[in-house]
Design a protein around this ligand. Structure first.
Ligand code: GLV
Ligand code: MN
Ligand code: MN
Length: 404
């Protein structure tokens, strides 16, 4: 009898090797590591009897036809990782449904609908200051202006796609007709501690948080650290530090708000010169769109007050936002039934991370299956889901896939 959990482990290990060197997994979109992962996924999809193609946004699509005229159930997640991230975030949500389909194929099950498994190029938004590229393309909400966004090397998203052999001008053609789609299902590592605390291997997601990201550029005036008097200094890093503290204060004092400065660069970044310019990010997440929007406005207001107080120039720009998305009740009930059939309780929990599923809410009903992760750890090399839990998730997914 096939041990599906260990099949998942060996596939995920192969995929973890498709990484830049260094701790954990670093697999950014439209890179040689992405290409290597697509080769592994293509072979696995073909092994599960899927017809495989790569779409114009770099999403690998594995399709199994259902009865003639049947609608399509979309299932998937992202291939990309954060820098020095784990081996499960995203990619596990591609591997598990592939194995669920292979399991159904081994069992000789007849599928009631067409199924497509999608491995999206870029969900994390680590390389370019945008995210959910492939899922938005399929959902019909891709904004072509993001093609001009640049990575840290100065290259545009458009050029990265073209070098990868894609035709970004075809992305607009990828959007699906609502009438053809049954829904979108994503399996994902929980990235939090709730399932572990409740001693549950898998759970059903109720809603995905909303997110907004800002870039803040603080400009002051550099000078000799030993001779420039303290009075009247226009130190960009001192202004930026106040903003970092304010972001944290907002997060600490506002219910259901996560507030983070995750990236910061200093110029000239030398030990004996007053900082001239600081660029920093500010990210806010909440299940309440109002809470998140208020936090974003509050940090813009604070930045302007800090500019006046310290005689700095501060430009704050919202670079990204997505609304909070509840999961569809009917699809989630169907997923709960599938989970209960394989012995899980069907525990319900919210998601503080974002997911490709949130983009699909604009097209069709969405549902998400979470898999327990050790110590709630994610976006780190230590991220881990056990073979036993993945085995149960594969069983639940196969129940779900044949339930339509
Ligand atoms: C992606 O994992 C995110 O939540 O930012
Ligand atoms: Mn992630
Ligand atoms: Mn993810």
């Amino acid at each position: 009898m096939t041990d599906w959990g260990h099949r998942a482990v060996s596939l995920l290990e192969k995929l973890a090797d498709c990484s830049e060197s260094g701790p954990g997994v670093t697999r950014l979109p439209y890179t040689p590591e992405h290409r290597a992962a697509l080769d592994v996924l293509r072979a696995a999809m073909e092994g599960a009897g899927l017809a495989v193609s790569l779409d114009a946004a770099g999403t690998l699509v594995g399709r199994r036809e259902g009865p003639p005229g049947s609608k399509c159930l979309l299932v998937g997640s992202h291939q990309d990782s954060v820098r020095q991230g784990g081996a499960y975030d995203g990619i596990m949500g591609v591997v598990l449904p592939i194995l669920a389909l292979e399991k159904l194929q081994d069992e000789g099950a007849n599928l009631p609908c067409t199924i497509e498994i999608l491995a999206f190029a870029d969900e994390e938004g680590v390389r370019f200051p945008t995210a959910l590229t492939g899922s938005r393309a399929v959902a019909g909400t891709f904004d072509p202006s993001v093609l001009d966004m640049r990575d840290s090397q100065g290259g545009t998203l458009r050029d990265a796609m073209v070098s990868f052999g894609l035709d970004p001008d075809q992305i607009a053609e990828l959007s699906r007709d609502q009438a053809d789609v049954l829904g979108f299902l994503e399996a994902h590592i929980e990235q939090g501690p709730l399932l572990e605390e409740e001693d549950e291997a898998i759970g059903i997601v109720t809603a995905i948080c909303g997110i907004e990201r800002h870039q803040i550029v603080v400009t002051g005036e550099t000078g000799h650290a030993g001779t420039l008097p303290m009075a009247g200094r226009r130190d960009a890093l001192v202004g930026a530090a106040a903003i970092v503290s304010e972001v944290d204060r907002l997060g600490q004092t506002t219910t259901d708000l996560r507030a983070t400065v995750g990236a910061l660069s200093v110029e000239p970044n030398v030990v004996n010169a007053v900082p001239q310019m600081v660029k920093l990010s500010a990210e806010f997440r909440s299940p309440s769109d109002e809470t998140r929007l208020n936090a974003g406005q509050a940090i813009h207001d604070f930045a302007q007050a800090m500019a006046a107080k310290r005689n700095l120039k501060i430009e704050a720009t919202k670079t990204y936002s997505q609304m909070a998305q509840p999961c569809d009740i009917n699809m989630s009930n169907r997923l709960t039934e599938a989970a209960q059939k394989v012995g899980a309780s069907g525990l319900k929990l919210p998601s503080g991370a974002t997911h490709d599923a949130s983009a699909f809410a604009d097209l069709c009903p969405i549902a998400m299956l979470f898999v327990r992760c050790r110590d709630g750890v994610s976006h780190k090399p230590e991220e881990y889901a056990s073979p036993k839990d993945m085995d149960l998730a594969i069983s639940a997914l196969s129940q779900f896939l044949k339930s339509f």
